[in-house]
Every structure is written in C-alpha cells, then in structure tokens.
Design a protein around this ligand. Structure first.
Ligand SMILES: Nc1ncnc2c1ncn2[C@@H]1O[C@H](COP(=O)(O)OP(=O)(O)OP(=O)(O)O)[C@@H](O)[C@H]1O
Ligand SMILES: [Mg+2]
Length: 249
C-alpha cells in the first residue's frame, strides 16, 4: 500500500441511540495513502460510523486513534486539526458565498499538518478549484451552481484544508456519469500526488469497486466483511446482506 502505516484506527466502536444499537463493535483501520470504502444497505450505520470517526458523535464504547494519538471523545475541531476532514451527506458549503470564498474557508480551517502559510493560500485555493474542475465558476455564488458542481465544491473545500484523511459521505449522489468519472480521477490524484487517504461511504457500487483498495461492509451496525473489491463482490455474506435491497452489487 502506498506510504504504508496505519493512519486511523477505530477499535470496538459502538453507538447506542436510546433503544437502538446503531453501530456495534466496529474495528476499522485506514492506512496512509489508502482509499477505503464503507458500504452497506440503508440504515446499516455508515453515517453514524462516520460521525464516530470524525468526532461528531462520542462513541458509547471503543477507542479512536489517529496518527498514533488517542482521539477517543475528541471534538471535531481537534480531530480535524489532527488531519481528518469530512464532507456531509447533504453538502458542506456556504450557499451565499462564492466558490472561491468557500474554498478559502476550507484553507483557513486547515489541519495542523497542512496549514498553509498566508503567502501560499492563493495558490492552494487555485489548485483546489482547478483540481475539482471549478475554475470557470470560481466567482459564482455556491447556491446558483448546478447540483453536481455543488458536490464538487464540498470536496474542494475539504481538500483545501490539506488533510491527511478525507472522509466523504455519499459524494457521488446526483452526479452524472462524466462528473463521477472526473471525481474518481481526482481521488486517484489525491492518493498518488498528495499521499492522502480517503474514506468513502457510497451507494454507487460500480464506483466503489473501481476506486477502493479495501472495503468494509456494514450490516445492522456490524462489520460483516472486509476485503478487496473482488473479494467483496464474491462474498456470500455480503450478497445475502444486500438481497432484497435496491442497490445491486
Ligand atoms: N441521532 C440519531 N438518533 C437516533 N437514531 C439514529 C440517529 N442517527 C441514526 N440513527 C439510526 O441509526 C441507524 C443507522 O443510521 P445511519 O444514518 O448511520 O445509517 P446509514 O448506513 O448511513 O444509512 P443511509 O444509507 O440511509 O445513509 C438507523 O436506524 C438510524 O435511524
Ligand atoms: Mg448515511
């Protein structure tokens, strides 16, 4: 694996919501420069797991380590300072600000490791905007962009913080085929040129299988399978979990 070494490690993570155990005993590791998928049927606990890893929810049980430092119960701010940034399932940008200003905010909220000196900020912003194909729209107000470009903007904002790990919650929803292809190409560059790791929660199975080095499969809050895309596709356990579900593997 490019870079090697464990970047993030979640151990025995659980989350109880009143009577519901939404996530149960989840072990998850992400190595440096690795693209990891987290898949599972609707309500499997993917977003909850995401919230546990990014500090938006404290775990009921378990431990979270990032870059060798115990981050269990840490705030999202502390976790992002440690190098992890995330996007939200329903978009993460300021609707009434321009593309440029949104990306600037991403850069200002930069991670400790990636914080860019003021003199280089303009370059980082330009690079993030270009990487996600938003150069022509850079002075447009975010709410006026087509849906696909708003999605790309959320990703550009996260990139501008120069994280070591980007967590994307269903980033491809509503993108057309061309936009999906562009996005996957950008992910490959984030990995190969910038050495970033990616955690990808996504229902688009074709995309997940094409881009991920390794995939975790969640079902009813538990990891039921981990493996390379080919192994996931061939798994009886995974197939069973998806039977009767709308997303064909
Ligand atoms: N804040 C909350 N309070 C109570 N229950 C919750 C909360 N958040 C999630 N849940 C429940 O936890 C379970 C897992 O939800 P989660 O959103 O993590 O699933 P998901 O895999 O992301 O689903 P989807 O594919 O629909 O996005 C669901 O039954 C959901 O209703
Ligand atoms: Mg979700």
């Amino acid at each position: 694996m490019a870079g090697g070494g464990t970047l993030l490690s979640g151990c025995n993570l659980s989350k109880q919501f009143k009577g519901l155990l939404a996530v149960s005993g989840v072990d998850i590791d992400i190595r440096r420069g690795e693209i990891v998928g987290l898949i599972g049927p609707n309500g499997a606990g993917k977003s909850t797991t995401f919230n546990l890893l990014s500090g938006f929810l404290p775990p009921t049980t378990g431990q979270l380590t990032i870059a060798g430092i115990d981050m269990t119960g840490a705030t999202p701010e502390r976790i992002s300072a440690q190098g992890l940034v995330r996007t939200f399932q329903h978009g993460s940008y300021m609707p009434s600000m321009t593309v440029e200003d949104n990306v600037l905010i991403g850069a200002l909220g930069g991670t400790r490791s990636g914080r860019v000196p003021r003199a280089e900020q303009a370059d980082v912003i330009r690079q993030a905007i270009a990487l996600f194909g938003l150069t022509e729209q850079r002075r447009q107000v975010a709410k006026n962009l087509p849906h696909g470009l708003q999605r790309l903007l959320s990703m550009a904002i996260a990139f501008a913080a120069r994280p070591t790990l980007i967590c994307y919650d269903e980033p491809l929803t509503g993108l057309n085929q061309t936009e999906v292809a562009v996005t996957l190409q950008v992910y490959r560059r984030l990995k190969s040129e910038f050495g970033m790791s990616i955690l990808l929660v996504e229902h688009n199975m074709r995309a997940v299988m094409a881009i991920c080095d390794r995939i975790y499969v969640l079902h009813h809050g538990e990891i039921i399978f981990t493996g390379a895309p080919e192994e996931v596709k061939a798994s009886e356990v995974v197939l069973k979990a998806y039977l009767g579900e709308a997303h064909g593997l």
